[in-house]
Every structure is written in structure tokens, then in C-alpha cells.
Design a protein around this ligand. Structure first.
Ligand SMILES: *Cc1c(COP(=O)(O)O)cnc(C)c1O
Length: 399
């Protein structure tokens, strides 16, 4: 097979390049459920500070029970897409729960938010229209935009002067959609939705917010950026995931104006041509919304934990990016230092990830800490102590 041997050589070179650039991703293997305290296949126990498990629900017993019950009463899987024979009462209940939670008119479910974003633009907009997208938007938004014929404009991250400029440049297009992440995953900053909304009003544009990192986190009750900025019901499109705050399993959704959702049900390709979410996931999702609407305990604890962590880390002399979410970027600037620090923290039983170029800009390497409602005070203290110990050893503390 000459063809494959040539291709194989090419792949080997690519892989070697990834390795030598220090960008090869090795997977650490967990042998326990996901949670604040985890066990690895090496036998090591660790406190997890790098999961998107913001509300600590990934191993929640009530959700696991709800998943089992749904599996017992509705089976394993749907063997179909939604419009053929893949819609159960549970799917409709979860869609109602999503729109109730976000204060929107309707919602539809996808296998993941990656699919929600992949399937949202192409059915709605044509070459007569424009998409104006934040430069730090998630990969799935970038891919979704690529599948759509609308003219593309890009504005610098959360830069309102630049957004206004792009709105002026795109004025000839029929419909215009501003697209932003609610929380940007590397800095933890919230999109300035109040200002985006003002500009959208001024220039007659619509807005889509991807609430993946903000849902459950931002706003007093975790209802995301529209709660934070008092814009509930006013944003045309929201997308989000069930894979982060909302239980951490899998699944995505698009929610917003009813005609938009209705047209997506007719034309969105990942919705039409991919299997329905399985009953267990849907049952757990319904229960999850019940839990976080019943009490604000988890959201409150998440906010308290985040404030506690940020305050202690700052007073210890760490350089933290200002965060408006539960993503705390501990700035180290140097790529090698970020890797060294993350690896030494892991030896101390603290699971975090160091990020450096090209994931973040050059010379802005950092360790990203993600706080959870599941962290107890002693977990936070242990993490902070480990940071201080290694921080001193590596001389990264401001005096
Ligand atoms: C995680 C994330 C996604 C992908 O969500 P999945 O449900 O895991 O596919 C999409 N958008 C943003 C902003 C995210 O952070």
C-alpha cells in the first residue's frame, strides 16, 4: 500500500512537530467519578481545579438517580432523530425547562453545544446578511460561521469601539447578528452585554450569546449574562451546554425567539441528522433544572468560593486577571514556568492546567483555576497553600 505509507510518513512528521513544539496533549486517566476529589490510574488522589464542574453536579446523586429512573422508564436510546421517531415527553420537558430557566420563548436540544453552534447560523442567515463575531469566540462558533454564507466581520475581544466600527462597515447587509461568548474561557471576563445591546439597538442588529461558561455561574441565580445585565428575554439567540455547570454529562441547546427556534427545528442540520439525546441524559437534565431553581445554594456557594479564592490568592501576592466568572487566570507570563508550576502543583495533589501560546497570546502564559460549588473550604485552602508553597519555590510571588 504505497498510498498509505506516504500518508503515514506525513502523519508521523506532523505528530513529531506537535511533540517538538511541546503541544502534544497527553491525557491523564481518572478512575473515579468526576468531582472535586478524584483518583488517577497512578493511584494518586487529587483535588480537581480544572473541570467545568462549576456547580459541583457531575457526581450528584439526585441526578444519577434521575438518569437511572429515566433509563428504567424510557430505555437506553432513541435510535432516531427527533423528527422521525426520536422525541419523547422528556425531551419536550427539558426544552421547556431550558426556556423557563433563561426566560426565553422556546428551546431545542442538540447532542452538544458544538452542534448547537454548528447548526445555528446556516439556516438563519444568507449571503445578504452579516455575522459580527468576537475574536475570542469558541471554536464551535468559528466553525458554525464557516458553514454559513453570511458575510463575516470580526471585532477585537470585548472591544466596543471596534464592534461599533464593524457595525458601521456592515450597514449594507440585510440582517446582522452580533455573536459573543458569555464568558471567555481563558480570562474569565464576561462579555459587556449591556454595551453590546446598546450598540445592537443603535445599529439595528440582533445578538447571539453562547452561555456555555456563564450559565449556572454568572448572575445572582446563575441565569447567565442576561441576568447579570438585566436583559432577560431581550436577546434573540442563546446557546449553551449541559456539559459544564448543568451536570457535566453531554448535550447542548439553542434557546430564544420562537420563530428562530421553530426554523432551526426545520432546517438545522445537526438537529435533523443526528441522534436524539438519550433518556438518561434528558431525565438528569430535567432534574438538574429542578435543583437549581429550587434553591440558590449552589450558585451562592460558587460565588462565595470564587471570592474567597481570589481574595486569598491576591493577598498572597499572585497576579490574577480580574475575573467576573469562576475562571481564575493566575498569570505567570512565561510558558515554561506555567508548565513547571502546573506539574509541581499536581505533585502536591492539585489538578490545574497551564496554558501558553497559541492557546493564549504570546508571553501571557498562565494557570487557569476553575472554582466549583463542590469545593469545600478545606479544598480551597489546600489549593491556595500549594500555590503559595510552589509559588515561593519558583519565585513568582509579588512581595
Ligand atoms: C464548552 C463550550 C462549547 C462546547 O460545548 P459542548 O456541549 O461540550 O460541545 C461551546 N461553546 C463554548 C463557549 C464552550 O465553552
Amino acid at each position: 500500500m504505497k498510498v498509505y505509507s506516504d500518508f503515514q510518513k506525513y502523519l508521523q512528521t506532523e505528530l513529531a512537530d506537535i511533540q517538538s513544539a511541546g503541544l502534544y496533549k497527553n491525557e491523564r486517566i481518572i478512575t473515579s467519578p468526576q468531582g472535586t476529589a478524584i483518583r488517577l490510574n497512578t493511584g494518586q488522589e487529587a483535588l480537581n481545579f480544572c473541570a467545568n464542574n462549576y456547580l459541583g453536579l457531575s457526581d450528584n446523586q439526585e441526578l444519577i438517580q434521575a438518569a437511572k429512573e429515566a433509563m428504567d422508564t424510557r430505555g437506553l436510546g432513541m435510535s432516531s432523530v427527533r423528527f422521525i421517531c426520536g422525541t419523547q415527553d422528556l425531551h419536550k420537558q427539558l426544552e421547556s425547562a431550558v426556556s423557563r430557566f433563561f426566560g426565553t420563548e422556546d428551546a431545542l436540544l442538540y447532542a452538544a453545544c458544538f452542534d448547537a453552534n454548528g447548526g445555528v447560523f446556516e439556516p438563519l442567515l444568507t449571503e445578504q446578511d452579516a455575522i459580527i463575531s468576537d475574536s475570542l469566540n469558541h471554536a464551535s462558533i468559528i466553525d458554525g460561521v464557516r458553514l454559513c454564507k453570511a458575510i463575516r466581520y470580526r471585532y477585537e475581544n470585548a472591544d466596543m469601539a471596534n464592534l461599533e466600527f464593524q457595525l458601521q462597515k456592515s450597514q449594507a447587509q440585510r440582517f446582522r447578528l452580533i455573536v459573543t461568548d458569555g464568558v471567555f474561557s481563558m480570562d474569565g471576563n464576561v462579555a459587556p452585554l449591556d454595551k453590546i445591546y446598546e450598540l445592537a439597538q443603535k445599529y439595528n442588529a440582533m445578538i447571539m450569546v453562547d452561555e456555555s461558561h456563564s450559565a449556572g455561574v454568572v448572575g445572582r441565580t446563575g441565569r447567565g449574562t442576561t441576568e447579570q445585565f438585566n436583559l432577560r428575554g431581550k436577546i434573540e439567540i442563546l446557546t449553551g451546554t449541559l456539559g459544564k455547570s448543568f451536570g457535566g454529562a453531554i448535550g447542548g441547546f439553542t434557546t430564544g425567539k420562537k420563530e428562530i427556534i421553530n426554523l432551526l427545528r426545520q432546517r438545522s442540520r445537526p438537529y435533523l441528522f443526528s441522534n436524539s439525546l438519550p433518556p438518561a441524559i434528558v431525565g438528569a437534565g430535567i432534574k438538574m433544572f429542578e435543583i437549581i431553581e429550587r434553591t440558590n445554594e449552589l450558585q451562592d456557594r460558587l460565588h462565595e468560593n470564587t471570592q474567597y479564592f481570589v481574595k486569598k490568592m491576591k493577598s498572597a501576592g499572585f497576579d490574577l486577571k480580574p475575573t467576573q466568572s469562576s475562571i481564575c487566570a493566575v498569570m505567570l507570563y512565561d510558558a515554561k514556568l506555567s508548565q513547571e508550576m502546573a506539574s509541581r502543583l499536581q505533585d502536591e495533589g492539585i489538578f490545574v492546567t497551564g496554558f501558553y501560546y497559541p492557546v493564549v497570546p504570546k508571553d501571557l502564559a498562565r494557570i487557569r483555576v476553575q472554582i466549583s460549588a463542590g469545593h469545600k473550604k478545606e479544598h480551597l485552602d489546600k489549593c491556595i497553600e500549594a500555590f503559595i508553597k510552589i509559588g515561593k519555590e519558583l519565585d513568582v510571588l509579588k512581595s
